[in-house]
Design a protein around this ligand. Structure first.
Ligand code: 1GP
Length: 245
């Protein structure tokens, strides 16, 4: 439970999503270093489209080499596991219309983790897709919750709490035109007492700070590390400087 305790410490964390397939010039090592140098608190590795096992292992390895920040798998499919990571977000796309993404892929992955990846800390995570939804929404056959329907997101979040998920990830989709609303984060925070991640479409330090102030445990950015390292540094500072709850 080491990673889970770290996530639940009460401090607002910033984490960087590394999609091995999107690293500029395929240089995962520099992307990881950019994120660590910017002060990110952890690395998520994964992506919605094809990533090989070798790419996963390489990205996880680079992230482990770069420092002490936990390395967490954020899988887009059952092929995105790696024994070298610290933990896996065991995602269930709770607003998918296809049972495969709610519990089917998980039933395929669970025995693999049990037999071959025993060192991985498993963090059950309700993956709730909002607004644009991005590739994750499309690939996961989600019925994304409209940005302004905060009460619907809160209903799914409360259901996820009652079901017993250890974490909830509120996702607008990587590269989304805009992130989830601050009001939606606040509504979800109000009913989901465990670890709350917010990500997708966060581009500026002001919006990152405002989202962090709504009380999630973790703000995740991905694209900005690929595009603008200085901006990433400012976002990390804004997230850590926010005074939530
Ligand atoms: C997706 O939150 C991540 O889960 C990253 O999104 O690439 O838009 O920052 P961006």
């Amino acid at each position: 439970m080491k990673v889970y305790e770290y996530l639940s410490s009460g401090r607002t964390l910033h984490m960087t999503l590394i999609d091995p397939d999107k690293a500029p010039r395929g240089d995962v090592a520099s992307l990881v270093r950019t994120a660590i140098d910017a002060g990110t608190d952890g690395i998520l590795v994964g992506g919605s489209t094809g990533i090989t096992q070798a790419q996963m292992d390489e990205a996880v390895e680079e992230a482990k080499k770069a420092g002490d920040a936990p390395v967490i798998i954020f899988p887009g499919s059952i092929c995105q596991l790696s024994s070298r990571a610290d933990a896996v977000l065991f995602l269930s796309v709770v607003n998918s219309v296809d049972p495969y993404f709610i519990v089917g892929a998980q039933a395929q992955a669970a025995p693999i983790i049990h037999r071959h990846f025993r060192n991985l800390e498993v963090i059950s995570t309700a993956y709730l897709i909002v607004g644009d939804g991005g590739a994750a929404g499309y690939m996961g056959a989600a019925r994304p919750i409209p940005y302004e329907r905060h009460e619907v997101a809160a209903a799914y979040a409360l259901a996820s709490h009652y079901i017993g998920f250890m974490a909830l990830y509120l996702e607008a989709g990587s590269g989304a035109r805009r992130p989830v609303d601050v009001g939606m984060v606040a509504a979800v925070r109000g009913v989901f007492p465990r670890v709350l991640f917010v990500g997708g479409g966060i581009r500026g330090e002001e919006e990152a700070g405002a989202l962090a102030a709504a009380g999630p445990n973790v703000i995740v950015t991905g694209t900005v590390a690929e595009e603008d390292p200085d901006k990433l540094r400012r976002i990390v500072r804004a997230v850590k400087g926010a005074s939530p709850r």
